[in-house]
Design a protein around this ligand. Sequence first.
Ligand code: ZN
Length: 76
Amino acid sequence: MNCFFCGGSMEEGVTSHVVTLEKCIIIVKNVPCLKCGQCGETFFEDSVAERLEEIVSTLQTVVTEIAVVEFTRSAA
Ligand SMILES: [Zn+2]
C-alpha cells in the first residue's frame, strides 16, 4: 500500500490519536496505524477507526477535562 497523498511507502506503526471535543480532550495511545515514511501521514484500518469511535463515544460521556487511554481491540 502506498500513501494516498504523496505515493510514499507505508509502514506499520503506532500513533497517538487525539480528539478535541467541546468539553474535553481524549488521547488514545498506541493506536495501530500505517504511517507514510515520506510525509508522515497516518492511516487507520477500518476496524481500528471503528474501535476508536467506540472508545471516544464511550469516554466523552464520562470525561470532563482530559482522558489518556491505551487503545484496546475489544470493549472493556
Ligand atoms: Zn506520504
